[in-house]
Design a protein around this ligand. Structure first.
Ligand code: FNR
Length: 390
């Protein structure tokens, strides 16, 4: 409501309110490599394009004379109440988009009451992100090293716990990077930069430091290039874990665990059987495997199958407030946003991310209110509020 009223007073925003403008505007300010990295999706961008198109198959049908005030945007997960159903999706190497990187985003999230999910591939350490995020809610996303690096995983989980990250999000779709023509054409891998921007978590990890010295006979600082390659190999080991390995994470993480990258009912049921607390229905914004369905079309099926047994979060293709309303209605309790806030970060640092979060929350609130839907919680907003268009 606040954003909407300010918008009507024509206070000048840092950049436009039209969310479709953000991508071309960000392209103007970014280097070709950084732009290629954020925009880049796998293969022919089929999954990516389907992610966006899927939202248009659903229409929000308004109810009238519902006698309601501005809607309640809060949502509850794992017994904790969140002010907003929007979350910052884990995105690595944010310093390639703005020198403030994760510090700007984690500060913006905290100021907007939005959950910050920190990436394993961050260009800022766990401890510095926690400091910037202050009292804000924060979760840690794990790129899961292979079993021979379990000591590194344990060290990182301990650091995250100590720094106040409450939930562990384990990304399952990225044990190797996807086939991304934009990065390959640019000869660009943000994890192998000479300034080692993408590997801060590894470089600040005592166990990784010790293992590197044992293997290479020198300190990380003496050979940043080799160390960067070693960390990239550690978090993208090229080999997938199996369902049994989740026991190891359960033993070494005391809070809730969420699996990110689930796309089938069967895997969602396996997550329930493995005692997981939540799943993110996600295809990584179409950046990993191409030729798949949209993430949104998988959501209602999965929600119907396991929605009463496990918390369901969603991402991939969300670009505006109405998209968020649709994902919530189709079964998500929390909706993660990736590229839109990266564009905001590129355009205006902390203020830019805040503008994106305000725009999305403002439009979500407006959409729900005008549709006569009094809140974003699972008990209020559900599939009955929508109809599928043909
Ligand atoms: C990502 N994503 C991602 N996911 C993850 O689990 N760990 C990570 O480090 C990253 N890094 C990353 C970098 C960039 C530049 C992008 C755009 C995305 C995926 C992210 O969390 C999310 O799943 C998608 O971004 C959602 O799709 P949209 O919102 O970008 O369409």
């Amino acid at each position: 409501a606040e954003v909407y009223r300010k918008g009507l007073k024509f206070e000048r925003p840092p950049f436009t309110f039209q969310t479709t403008d953000w991508e071309p505007q960000a392209k103007e300010v970014l280097s070709a490599s950084a732009w290629g990295y954020v925009y880049g999706s796998a293969g022919q961008r089929e999954t990516h394009n389907k992610n966006l198109a899927a939202f248009k198959k659903w229409g929000i049908i308004p109810n009238r004379l519902v006698d309601a005030n501005y809607p309640d945007l809060s949502t509850t997960l794992f017994g904790e109440k969140f002010q907003s159903p929007i979350a910052i999706a884990p995105v690595g190497v944010q310093k390639i988009f703005n020198p403030e990187g994760e510090i700007a985003t984690a500060t913006a999230a905290s100021k907007e009451g939005v959950l910050y999910i920190m990436s394993s591939a961050s260009s800022t350490s766990i401890e510095d992100v926690a400091k910037a995020n202050g009292e804000g809610p924060r979760w840690y996303q794990l790129y899961w090293p292979s079993n021979e690096d379990n000591d590194i995983t344990i060290s990182i989980l301990e650091r995250a716990k100590k720094a106040g990250f409450t939930v562990l999000v384990v990304t399952l779709d990225t044990y190797m990077l996807g086939w991304r023509p934009s990065d390959m054409n640019n000869g660009y891998n943000p994890f192998l930069r000479p300034d080692s921007i993408g590997v801060e978590i590894g470089f600040t990890d005592p166990v990784f430091q010790r293992k590197f010295k044992l293997k290479h006979g020198k300190d990380i600082k003496e050979d940043l290039g080799t160390a960067a390659a070693e960390w990239a190999r550690t978090i993208f080991p090229g080999r997938s874990h199996g369902w049994d390995n989740l026991k190891f994470l359960r033993e070494n993480w005391s809070g809730p665990i969420v699996l990110k990258g689930i796309q089938t009912i069967t895997d969602a049921q396996r997550a329930v059987a493995a005692g997981m607390d939540g799943i993110v229905v996600s295809n990584h914004g179409g950046r990993q495997q191409d030729g798949g369905p949209s993430s949104l079309e998988q959501l209602p099926k999965i929600a119907r199958a396991v929605g009463d047994k496990i918390s369901i979060l969603f991402d991939s293709g969300v670009r505006c407030g109405a998209d968020i309303a649709k994902a919530l209605a189709l079964g998500a309790s929390m909706v993660l946003v990736g590229r839109p806030y990266v564009y905001g970060l590129s355009l205006g640092g902390e203020e830019g991310v805040r503008h994106v979060l305000k725009s999305l929350a403002g439009e979500l609130s407006c959409t729900l209110h005008l549709a006569g839907i009094p809140g974003a919680g699972r008990d209020i907003l559900n599939e009955d509020c929508l109809v599928r268009e043909v």
